[in-house]
Design a protein around this ligand. Structure first.
Ligand SMILES: C[S@@+](CC[C@H](N)C(=O)[O-])C[C@H]1O[C@@H](n2cnc3c(N)ncnc32)[C@H](O)[C@@H]1O
Length: 248
């Protein structure tokens, strides 16, 4: 019965463990199984979501189950991406079949923003009756705005969040319509991304934030960036305003 099984998508914020909500911690503490993404690129396979969970809940280490996500999946390469969704769904279904009543998927940032959780919950719901809940988290977009002290939007301004994977042409079109533009997933092609913003007259007011919320956090003018950046990189291009301004 669905009432006996709850699948929770828990956003744990972009990196700083202090950015996890009280509700997220309560749901994770109550979970029988906590699924976390892990990639081959990180030592021991420990991903960011797992690090954040373990900082708060070291007693839950045995409840954690790592789901392999390859770097290709992160770049949005189709077959490997759906393999990761499938692996997450299978792990959740197996956990419920083994008697778990609460399974949580911990995800970086917010569970409704470019997260595997939406695919995972659809696949699990197709296979069994389950109650799905989403626990919101702080996004990388909010973290870069706070780190640079730049309001995301004021008054009548329009904000757009763009995955660089849509391509240069779409990003250019979005820039024409939007006051503030935030770009995710552009780390590997940062010089190309930079060129689009420059062509749109947006470069002077754009910043690049890497590892937001972590000790290695770096927020720099995009104009100073001449090489590719890590995967955990976000670009914020806000409009120039009379009364507010970023720290750079
Ligand atoms: C799959 S999306 C996940 C987004 C996340 N669910 C959110 O709510 O922000 C991955 C992208 O989020 C951004 N990102 C996530 N965490 C970040 C961090 N700590 N620092 C900079 N960018 C981050 C990067 O642009 C990265 O390519």
């Amino acid at each position: 019965m669905s009432a006996d099984r709850t699948l929770s998508g828990v956003g744990v914020g972009p990196g700083d463990p202090d950015h996890v909500t009280v509700k997220a911690l309560r749901i994770l503490e109550a979970a029988d199984v906590i699924l976390v993404p892990s990639t081959e690129a990180r030592a021991g396979g420990i991903g960011r979501a797992e690090e954040i969970v373990c900082t708060h809940l070291p007693n839950k280490a045995e409840a954690i189950s790592r789901i392999p996500f390859s770097m290709a999946e992160r770049r949005g390469i189709g077959a490997r991406r759906s393999q990761a969704w499938e692996a997450s769904a299978t792990a959740a279904v197996k956990a419920f079949e083994a008697g778990a009543s609460r399974v949580a998927f911990a995800t970086v940032g917010d569970a409704s923003v470019f997260s595997t959780f939406s695919y995972l919950s659809d696949l699990v719901s197709q296979r069994m009756e389950v109650k799905v809940e989403v626990i919101p988290g702080i996004t990388a977009m909010q973290a870069i705005a706070a780190a640079n002290r730049t309001p995301l939007v004021e008054g009548q301004e329009i904000l757009s969040l763009v995955p660089w994977t849509v391509g240069a042409e779409k990003l250019a079109r979005v820039c024409e319509l939007s006051d503030t533009v935030v770009v995710y997933k552009g780390g590997r092609e940062m010089t190309e991304l930079r060129a689009v913003l420059q062509a749109q007259g947006r470069l002077d007011d754009a910043v690049l934030g890497t590892d937001l919320g972590l000790p290695s956090e770096r927020v720099v003018p995009l104009a100073d960036v001449t090489e590719r950046a890590p995967y955990f990189s976000t670009v914020l291009a806000a409009p120039r305003r009379a009364t507010t301004g970023g720290r750079i």
